[in-house]
Design a protein around this ligand. Sequence first.
Ligand code: WTA
Length: 650
Amino acid sequence: MSDATVIPVPAHYLAAGTRNTADEYATRYAESIANPDAFWAKEAQVVDWMKPFTQVKDVSFNPEDLRIKWFADGELNVAANCLDRQLAKRGDKTAIIWEGDDPRESRHITYRELHAEVCKFANVLTAKGVKKGDRVTIYMPMIPEAAVAMLACTRIGAPHSVVFGGFSPDSLAGRIEDCGSTVVITADEGLRGSKAVPLKANVDNAIRTPAGSGVTTVIVVRRTGGSVNWDNKRDFWYHDLMTGASADHAAVAMNAEDPLFILYTSGSTGKPKGVLHTTGGYLVYVTSTFANMFDLREDDVFWCTADVGWVTGHSYLLYGPLANGATTVMFEGVPQYPDWSRIGKVVDKHHVSILYTAPTAIRALMREGDGPTLESSRKSLRLLGSVGEPINPEAWNWYHRVVGDSRCPIIDTWWQTETGGVLITPLPGAVDMKPGSASRPYFGIKPAILDNDGSLMKGVCEGNLVITDSWPGQMRSIYGDHKRFAETYFNVFPGVYTTGDGARRDADDYYWITGRVDDVLNVSGHRMGTAEVESALVSHVAVAEAAVVGFPHDIKGQGIFAYVTLQEGHEPSEELRKALVIHVRAEIGPIAAPDQIQWAPGLPKTRSGKIMRRILRKIAANEFDGLGDTSTLADPSVVDSLVQGRRAEA
Ligand code: WTA
């Protein structure tokens, strides 16, 4: 796609009035860079403070003296901002529209109702001994009680760790152990596409492992009524505990830098890391970005299709919308159930005005042709958003033309679990769109592109995307491992935040994200570390060694390609291939299942034993020319046999 393809914000959109015009964006952006303290001191008033801050920013990106603090002497409470302060004006406004897996099931929950539920559950948690600072693990389906649980934690100052319901018992146990939580909130079962997901049974299995053995309390929401095992000392029904709980609860005043939540995400090495976000800066940042990037209006109905188990579900399904008093849709199901017309039908049913989804969903919908989408009118839509992975211009154009009826602007929002909120996006009304480009930075964000030696690149260029100064929503640490935090993000190029993404900057100063430059895969918008999948594979008795790389996949963006070397005495077979896929699903979860497994007599390694992934990526992508210099390999013939193997499969 040439950089010249520019799609201006449509005149009818501008005519309705926008939060930011092009000039306002330019002026405010310049101010935010010239004087970040003044800009953020003012912008921080988008939230209510129990005790006003006097300091704005205290930051050092020096890896030896890493310090990231915002509004450090202020006090506030996240739940009070999302609920209590909305009651006067919006008590009867719908906070959450819940759309069940079954299209006949939906519920509207007002701000007043949600406030009462959260107060009750905050009292329940307190009665169960949960105190400020205690970590609570949430392993829930997409039901309103997930939001209640998260908000109740923030109300009492207990950092939550939400674990996506698709993760396996082992993955869950590892996350429970890492943050040392003794309380788990779950449901009997989840429902996705009419299939039951055995959440409580997974929790039981996680607790049975040594890593999960510290759990003393499990609170279970009855969702399906499916049968579950029960431990009378440890397990409690949510509805039993809520009966009789008081709806009076005073939100705890939290220091701005008190931990708010931990969210585990994959890195290029080792186990998933617990990304730690704190209270004040995070809330200011998601409240500010949500309002501006979705150009929020009072009567909007906002639908973010992400699961609360991911950062998008935290920042833009829950906290950003509620802190702004918006109506947010929570969808329990999947886009293809009962069929692919579901997304459009949910839009019509609830009069959704803003739809925020991932390129993988758009590509899957596009593959079905226009038909299913055209079964709905989608006339309530006024704005579309994309998140989680690069969106190819073809998918962008289809989203624009078919889903948005060529009427709705699209914001392509680039960010990460680590960044808390969006850093690069075209603000609707202010920035013209280029299909495939996340375009321009948000207020206060200073992106830069460095070459591999760390030198600053100027003008039109392509290289490593870094951010040179802090913003309030930035992660503060890796839970329990501040050293790893400094090493992962501030040591590669000292003095700046390294994103792990590559980017290109064009002549209009637009940013085009090119994808990860490290060993992190992005499969259907979900992050997966190659090292995690490899370690799951080698934990199978038949596997001696494994190397995992990404390869281009039409729907998922990237697929998982595994090269597997077998132990002596094991032979390649279709059964073994299937067994390995099942094994990885059980170890990590279905999202980590390899799409392809190639048997490898050996792996291409340097003489010092380092696997040459560059070569493996090319072979997986069927790019057999230009494999580069293989003469430094310990055994160059390995490459030929892998190429032959791949050709034979293809
Ligand atoms: C990728 C999800 C291109 C990127 C919010 C990043 C994107 C990783 C975009 C973070 C986008 C996210 N365009 N790439 N608009 N949004 N990414 O932590 O590689 O699950 O580093 O956060 O997703 O994934 P995470």
